[in-house]
Design a protein around this ligand. Sequence first.
Ligand code: COA
Length: 364
Amino acid sequence: VAVPRRYLDIVDLAVARGVDPGKYTQGLGAREMAVAEPGEDTVSLAATAATRALAGIDRSELGLLVVGTETGVDHSKPVASFVHGLLELPRAMRVYDTQHACYGGTAGLMTAIEWIASGAAGNRAALVICSDIARYGIHTAGEPTQGAGAIAMVIRRDPALLALDVGVTGASSTHVHDFWRPLGMREAQVDGHYSVECYLDAVATAYRGWTVQAIARGLIASPGCEQLARLCYHVPFCKMAKKAHLQVRRCDAEDDGIAFDEVAAAASFERQVAPSLPLCSRIGNVYTGSLYVGLAGLLDAQAGELADRRIGMFSYGSGCTSEFFSGVVSPRAAERIAEARLADVLAARERISIAEYERIMALT
Ligand code: COA
């Protein structure tokens, strides 16, 4: 995990904008927001995360590098190419970016997993990176849901963190205009409330698709997300994960032919989803990386007790495409995630003032 060196306290932002802080802290679930300065672009964040992920790993094993991003630095040359050069990775490998809003990293992950599962990879491993700067601009409704960072993942046989259930996924795609960034524009354009509706519509279809596959493969006996130890959702802002989980519970209730119990659903959220959110609440939106920031935070907090247990994951990219998938936590996960030193990464940051944040926003 890599994050910018600076962050803003979300209460400072609320006060500066004349908004009740409760709207940002309770209403959106935010605490802190990462602020990327000009030298911290998608490439540098990706390269930092990748350097950390590859510590102790033989780079000559790599045969594929994919960067999922919607904050590219060039219309043609991919972020992955810069990272490949900076890290002096092997020449004999495929190197490219994948883009579909916040789903781009998951596209890379699925490609890597299926490349390995097909046998085409032989003994080679893949490096998948999600790197983004979420920027809506100052004085916009999306301003408190900005953020930045990168996540790098090594995908190989015998994984140390999580063994994905290959081929057991549910996808949902529709052509909608909920969020976009026209060529040449720095700030994302978003129909915020509509994007929440599109996300909720997508998670219902994708989750039901996963359920059918999971039953067919014998991973679960019948519909019901209680059979998953935890669920991680794409987290554009933390409250979205709660909305998503209530939607999944609504699907379960409908499919069981029983009334939706909001109190039980809220309790299930606290148990199954809330442990993945503290890290997200301290970084903000990382677009492609947001789901995986949640996953990293969850494993950092609970990998020991989750060993050999299955977790569900939902990735959403506006526009839109999405996927619900699952995996089983490795018994070695606690040891491996400790190498990410997440507490140190966060502790090394500097809190900045609103004036400094606005100065940086004007520069980037
Ligand atoms: N105390 C506690 N909660 C408060 C509050 C207060 N004083 N004032 C408002 N709230 C709550 C609202 O009830 C709402 O909660 P709900 O969604 O559970 O109803 C929440 O805070 C947000 O308020 P809202 O008025 O909807 O905010 P907004 O219109 O300013 O914008 C977004 C919210 C998310 C639409 C906006 O930040 C945005 O566009 N973000 C970027 C797009 C995005 O992240 N989309 C997600 C899908 S990809």
